[in-house]
Design a binder for this molecule. Structure first.
Ligand SMILES: Nc1ncnc2c1ncn2[C@@H]1O[C@H](COP(=O)(O)OP(=O)(O)OP(=O)(O)O)[C@@H](O)[C@H]1O
Length: 822
């Protein structure tokens, strides 16, 4: 890397006009200085009139008489040499219009000796190429014009024939490494000096020229002639690429002084703007600690990015006209150059490897290494393993995996092909195993095996419902158990209190006399409810064990239980009678048949005997045996008819009993269903009340009995109360169905109860007779003023006293509190 400030040179344009007072002090070692002396009377405007002497330092100052040859030798040739060495180089000319920039960079057209830097460098480069046969040089040329911030390719063949605005614009592209690339700028390869000069001529011809008042030969565009050089040693992959920018900038004249207008003023503004950005970049580069350099502000600075503060050895030629009238512009140019001189560049040798050559070299190296390896191992290796080698490796890998010894190794030798093959095999096996495992897990989580969330929820709610039902059943059964226990205790206590057989008989008599009988009214039910009950009975098998047990207990406590049992027994009895009658009938029929046979036999014997004797005589004779037989037959027939009549009546009675039983069963089921639901509601209410008490912080955690009107086993048993409480003390205003039913056990019906035997002759057979015991329902007791005479009594003294006491107590209570709600 070469660190170097931009080299600045000054070149003064020859003039025959009166010149400003200046002096050039050239010193070999430290460079040269250019000094302008400005008389006070001449100073005005731009020039600070307080100063008379302006001194500027340059690497070298080329006075008016210096020829192009010397410029090339001193300025261009060192740059060309560095480019040949592989560094980037830039030479740019800066100065006011007509100061000799183009003359310096390109040269004058009049004399061959006026050739400028470009043709001389081209000539020099090709000369050097020819002198250095150890290297292969390749050159390309581009010629870019920047006009009004637009880039044009001066080597475009269409340039001459087209207007400037119709030409394709050169675009600036920037890669991620911030390297600038110019799209639409042609790179022309030139094999020799002549080709290169032809392109230079083409570009110069195409160069946009517009006349201005200041200088008719002046250009208002920036032109960059670039030579791309590639140097390579034959057979070597190393390349050295370098480029040389030769830049002819537009005139640096101040717009105010040039007096331009219209289109030219616009151009001047662009030129000045472009140069202004160039100045900014140069100022930024010359200042220390400036991190941002505004290269992107203009196309010129973007293209010259490498040349200004980058990887380049840059040289500036400040061209000046030393006429008195151009003194201020010359001083301005010198000041600009002084800033440029502060910019440091870091040029590096642009050496790189040719990929194609590198590949070829590596291939050769691989081949030689293979040959060496074959010599050492004694075996020739191909790129791929043979089939036998692959199979052998697979066996080795399987043996390695199957070996339970964890320290086992897989010996493959120094052959990388085998190592790679084994690794790829292991990876494949691993991936296969992974994929199998994922398939298995997918199968386990298949939709068929997954119960849907909805299904689960429904199942859970169903189970919860069943759980609640079982809880209710358990609660009801527990209550029933308690009740049964209490009854048993009461019964035991009562038995203990009974002292005489008479009282025991009285109790039994009372029990029997108050036994409710199955009446037609009690079986009253609508067809709908009956249908439901029958349906319910049909579903009896579906009852839970707890409910079935409750049902059995309920039946035992039901008011119709004894009636049903009596009717059942009666039915059995009648069935047995019918069976007996049937047997009697059969026997009578047999006897009659037997008698008929005997009679027939006797008559045949008589007939046979009559044939032998006088027929008429025989007819007149009366046979006492025959008469006796006929008489017996008649008697048997009569008895037979009588038995048939009895059997028919019995069958009718049996059918009626069956009907009664069927109705009783229906009623029983209906009552049980109703009772069960009420009990379930009661349990739930108790639980919710207990929960509410818990939540409200009630001190009582005990489950309270059901409220009046709500049936439940927690209530006092009315039947036992009636027996145990003295007259006039009504234990409870309970109006529940169970209480009424209990009451019915102890109160006889207002009309004689229909016993099973006479009932089947009654018109209740058609089932239209209404309940014959309504006056003993709760409504009758609560709303009717009963007198002892209107109350049907049992005849038993103690039972009747209990009934009257209960009725009076109930009536007294009602008088105080009013009738209870149904
Ligand atoms: N050193 C020199 N020796 C002889 N002639 C010169 C010299 N420098 C410039 N000239 C002449 O001066 C005239 C103007 O020069 P040139 O065109 O090079 O100026 P310029 O700075 O390029 O102007 P512009 O800014 O307009 O391009 C030309 O005719 C050129 O031949």
């Amino acid at each position: 890397m070469v660190k170097q400030t931009i080299q600045i040179f000054a070149r003064l344009k020859p003039t025959k006009k009166p010149t400003a007072v200046y002096s050039v002090d050239s010193e070999e070692q430290t460079g040269a200085s250019l000094e302008f002396v400005v008389p006070r009377d001449l100073a005005d405007g731009f020039v600070n009139n307080k100063r008379e002497c302006y001194q500027f330092r340059f690497q070298k100052v080329f006075d008016q008489s210096v020829k192009q040859e010397e410029i090339f030798e001193n300025i261009a040739k060192p740059v060309a040499d560095s480019v040949l060495a592989g560094f980037n180089g830039t030479i740019f000319a800066y100065g006011q219009t007509g100061s000799g920039k183009t003359f310096t960079i390109t040269g004058g057209a009049e004399r061959y000796s006026d050739r400028g830097i470009i043709p001389r460098i081209l000539s020099y480069l090709y000369e050097r190429f020819s002198q250095d046969s150890s290297m292969v040089y390749t050159t390309h040329i581009s010629y870019l014009e920047i006009y009004n911030e637009m880039g044009y390719d001066l080597l475009d063949s269409r340039h001459e024939a087209s207007r400037l605005e119709d030409l394709q614009k050169v675009m600036i592209m920037e890669d991620p490494d911030q390297n600038i690339h110019l799209r639409n700028l042609s790179l022309q390869q030139t094999a020799n000096e002549e080709e290169a000069l032809n392109f230079l001529f083409l570009g110069d011809t195409n160069r946009m020229i517009a006349e201005t008042p200041m200088n008719q030969a002046s250009t208002r565009s920036h032109c960059i002639f670039t030579v791309y050089l590639c140097r390579r040693e034959p057979g070597s992959a190393t390349l050295r690429r370098s480029k040389l920018h030769l830049v002819d900038l537009a005139g640096s004249d101040r717009v105010s002084k040039t007096g331009l207008n219209g289109q030219l003023l616009t151009e001047a503004k662009y030129i000045n703007l472009s140069l202004h950005y160039l100045e900014q970049v140069i100022i930024a580069l010359s200042e220390k600690n400036r991190s941002h350099i505004p290269y992107r502000n203009s196309m010129l600075t973007s293209v010259l990015r490498d040349s200004l503060g980058g990887n380049c050895m840059t040289t500036m030629i400040a061209t000046m006209a030393v006429d008195k009238r151009n003194l201020d512009e010359s001083i301005s140019t010198c000041r600009f150059a002084q800033r440029v001189a502060l910019i440091k560049n870091e040029a590096i040798l642009n050496e790189e490897l040719d990929p194609a050559l590198l590949i070829a070299r590596l291939k050769r190296e691989i081949q030689s290494l293979k040959e060496e390896l074959a010599m050492v191992t004694g075996e020739q290796r191909d790129d791929k393993l043979t089939v036998e080698e692959s199979q052998k490796l697979e066996e080795q890998v399987r043996a390695f995996l199957d070996d339970p010894d964890t320290d086992v190794t897989l010996s493959l030798g120094p052959d990388m092909r085998k190592i790679h093959y084994c690794f790829s095999m292991l990876k494949k096996m691993f991936l296969d195993k992974q994929s199998r495992a994922s398939k298995c897990s997918d199968a386990q989580e298949s939709p068929a095996a997954t119960v849907s969330e909805d299904g689960r929820t429904a199942e859970v709610s169903k189970l919860k419902e069943m759980l609640t039902q079982r809880d209710n059943e358990i609660s009801i059964l527990v209550k029933m158990l308690k009740k049964e226990k209490k009854r048993a205790q009461d019964a035991t206590a009562q038995l203990a209190n009974i002292t005489s057989d008479q009282s025991l008989d009285s109790q039994n008599a009372l029990r029997l006399s108050t036994m409710p009988l199955l009446t037609e009214g009690s079986t009253e039910t609508t067809s709908t409810s009956q249908g439901r009950a029958i349906q319910y009975m049909k579903q009896g098998l579906q009852l839970t064990m707890g409910k079935q047990e409750a049902f059995q207990t309920f039946i035992r406590d039901h008011e119709d239980y004894l009636t049903i049992e009596d009717n059942k027994n009666l039915l059995k009895q009648r069935s047995a009678e019918a069976k007996t009658l049937g047997a009697q009938l059969n026997e009578a029929r047999n006897r009659i048949n037997e008698l008929k046979k005997q009679l027939e036999m006797r008559r045949r014997q008589k007939a046979a005997h009559g044939v032998m004797r006088n027929h008429t005589e025989s007819e007149e004779e009366v046979d006492p045996l025959e008469e006796n037989l006929c008489k017996h037959i008649e008697q048997e027939k009569s008895a037979y008819k009588s038995t048939i009549g009895r059997l028919k009546a019995l069958r009718t009675e049996i059918e009626h009993l069956q009907l009664l039983l069927e109705r009783a069963k229906v009623k029983l089921q209906r009552d049980f269903h109703k009772w069960w639901n009420e009990e379930a509601c009661s349990v739930q209410n108790c639980e919710s009340e207990a929960t509410a008490r818990c939540h409200t912080g009630s001190p009582s955690e005990t489950l309270q009995p059901s409220s009046p009107g709500t049936p439940g086993f927690g209530e006092p048993d009315l039947s036992s109360t009636v027996r145990e409480y003295p007259a006039g003390r009504d234990p409870s205003p309970d109006c529940s169905t169970s209480s009424v039913q209990e009451l019915r056990r102890f109160i006889p019906k207002s009309t004689p109860p229909l016993t099973a035997v006479p009932a089947w002759h009654d018109k209740s057979l058609d089932g239209t007779v209404t309940d014959l015991t309504p006056s003993f329902g709760w409504r009758a007791l609560s709303s009717t003023k009963l007198t002892p005479s209107s109350i049907p009594l049992t005849g038993d003294q103690k039972a009747d006293a209990d009934i009257l006491a209960f009725v009076n107590a109930r009536q007294n209570l009602l008088n105080r509190t009013g009738p209870p709600q149904q």
